[in-house]
Design a protein around this ligand. Structure first.
Ligand SMILES: [Zn+2]
Length: 311
């Protein structure tokens, strides 16, 4: 009898140890804030990607409907994606039906792998899959070299549902309208509008405090902002920086920055100025107004110069 009791006690101990090791293997939930009813956001770090932050720098999150959940951007690596997934499961037992990628940049897409399972639909701009295919080798090499992350090709998961103009996702008593834009921040930007809370998820079409980064078209971006300013949003979610409650005024600093690039580069080109002169002069007065200015500003000038040179 005594032996049987001891045996049962041992069994209990082993079971508890097994349960503990399993739970510590599962990803810890990513911290998220409910910024509006049913909308959860993790605000990324204002930092340049490196081996410490592992590109966990973008704002990512999810929207919960009565029937299902849409994740919006999956994070900078598969572990961050798994942590975001754990955050969803902590908040709701409704299934994740959609993973929406707002554009191709790695801090927004490299968590996709964590969500890959039956029933999950990956959604993106109709140009996203091609952009992923073109950029993936570079992104994976950079992740290995600069961030110390060995990622396989399977960490780049392309969309299975694409948006050409507009697309509604029904999450159950909650509709998200996805809009595919012309080339702006990149050539594959989506914005997402939640009708229920009048939340406009702009991702990298809106930068707050973090200097905007131009990887598409300066003139296109200005045109898209003009359109989006007409959206009756109460809440605006940028790709980097804090949530904004004053749309469309919230876009003004970014718009001023882009207009400054446009006007100063146009004036310089008109005078026969070179790219070198543009890199040295354009926009220097804005240095103190933006975080990470020295990391991205000259790249922005160079991209904008190449576009405006051929006007
Ligand atoms: Zn981006």
């Amino acid at each position: 009898m005594h032996l049987i009791k001891r045996y049962i006690a041992w069994l209990w101990l082993i079971t508890l140890l097994l349960l503990h090791s399993q739970s510590s293997l599962a990803a810890a939930a990513l911290p998220v804030d409910e910024i509006a009813p049913g909308i959860y956001l993790h605000q990324g770090l204002d930092a340049f990607p490196d081996s410490r932050n592992r590109d966990e720098i973008a704002n990512i999150g999810f929207v919960v409907g009565d029937r299902s959940v849409a994740v919006i951007d999956s994070g900078g690596n598969p572990q961050q994606g798994a942590a975001l997934k754990a955050a969803v499961h902590q908040v709701t037992d409704k299934p994740i039906r959609y993973v929406v990628n707002t554009h191709v940049h790695p801090d927004h897409i490299l968590g996709n792998q964590a969500f890959k399972e039956a029933g999950v639909v990956f959604v993106g701009h109709h140009k996203l899959a091609e952009a992923m295919a073109v950029r993936a080798p570079h992104y994976l090499a950079t992740a290995q070299r600069d961030l110390g992350m060995a990622l396989g090709a399977d960490s780049v998961v392309p969309p299975t549902l694409t948006v050409t103009d507009k697309l509604d996702l029904d999450l159950g008593n909650r509709t998200l309208t996805l809009t595919a834009h012309r080339t702006a921040h990149t050539n594959n930007d989506l914005s997402i509008y939640d009708h229920k809370t009048r939340t406009l998820w702009l991702a990298d079409l809106l930068f707050v405090e973090h200097v905007p980064t131009l990887d598409g078209s300066l003139l296109g971006w200005l045109a898209v902002l003009e359109q989006l300013a007409g959206q009756p949003a109460k809440l605006a979610i940028p790709g980097h920086g804090p949530v904004q409650h004053n749309w469309p005024q919230a876009v003004l600093p970014e718009k001023q920055y882009l207009l400054m690039l446009r006007d100063e580069i146009r004036a310089l080109i008109k005078e026969g100025g070179s790219l070198e002169q543009a890199l040295a002069q354009v926009g220097q007065s804005a240095r103190g107004q933006w975080k990470l200015f020295d990391h991205y500003h000259k790249r922005n000038v160079s991209t904008a110069f190449a576009e405006l040179e051929w006007e």
